[in-house]
Unconditional design. Structure first.
Length: 248
């Protein structure tokens, strides 16, 4: 396949960015999107040009690093996949592909397509954990009975990989789907009940402090989430938040 690429280039958060044109040839349909970018960068190195910076780590849909906006969609045109799981067979020979970083005030550009998602880490640090007493005998996890439905719902929430596609897709740059998943994965389990009140209040407060926008229930986040995190978790978090506020 022969493709025309239009890629966002920006030296740092303060520099002005612009779309730059690149032509690329000999792309196989079974290559991944990131392999296609690797080939472009190899060619740029041979020409002595600055390579395109993009984030990646696991390349198998686990780490949430590969945050690219492709032809106007977070993680590109496929559903329920991350950019690293997107294959070039989703495009046609001769296509023009627009590649941009995830755009949000709370995700400043570091370089080109790499953004700083440290805001998500700080939200996690403010409450996305459970405290466990590890002195003495360790309690076997199976001694705490958990209804299957609750375990399944908690597991589904825990599949959020923190990629930020929900924020990049939302017209308000809201992080509600991410925070809701992180609150719910604990709120649904007995181990998470002890710190439940502080957790939801602290995480929502940190989310607001980081400059994410408000949720207006448009649902774009759910559509673009590569892990299929449901809007139901936002409702779950709102219930947790109301109950925590009344206790406070
Ligand atoms: S909720 Fe979905 S889109 Fe948002 S960070 Fe988690 S996995 Fe990514
Ligand atoms: S590189 Fe890890 S999810 Fe894509």
């Amino acid at each position: 396949m022969k493709l025309a690429l239009k890629i966002w280039r920006q030296n740092n958060a303060k520099a002005e960015g612009k779309m730059v044109d690149y032509a690329i040839d000999n792309i196989e349909p079974d290559m991944s999107f990131l392999e296609m970018l690797d080939i472009l960068n190899d060619e740029l190195i041979v020409k002595g040009e600055d390579t395109v910076a993009f984030d990646h780590d696991c390349r198998e849909g686990i780490c949430g690093m590969c945050s690219l906006y492709i032809n106007g969609e977070a993680h590109g045109p496929d559903r329920l996949v991350t950019t690293c799981q997107l294959h070039m067979r989703k495009f046609k020979d001769g296509d023009t592909i627009y590649i941009e970083p995830f755009r949000a005030k709370a995700f400043p550009v570091i370089k080109d397509l790499v953004v700083d998602r440290g805001a998500f880490d700080r939200i996690q640090q403010s409450g996305g954990f459970v405290s466990v007493n590890t002195s003495g005998n360790t309690i076997d996890a199976n001694t705490i009975p958990i209804p299957k439905h609750d375990a399944d719902k908690a597991f589904d929430a825990a599949t959020c990989i923190g990629c930020g596609a929900c924020v990049a897709t939302c017209k308000n740059s809201s992080a509600m789907l991410f925070v809701a998943a992180k609150v719910s994965q604990f709120a649904l389990l007995p181990q998470g009940k002890i710190e439940a009140t502080d957790r939801v209040l602290n995480m929502v407060s940190q989310m607001d402090a980081e400059g994410f926008g408000n949720c207006t229930n448009t649902g774009a986040c759910e559509v673009e989430c590569p892990k299929g995190i449901s809007l139901e978790y936002i409702a779950q978090m709102n219930r947790e938040y109301l109950s925590a506020s009344l206790k406070g």
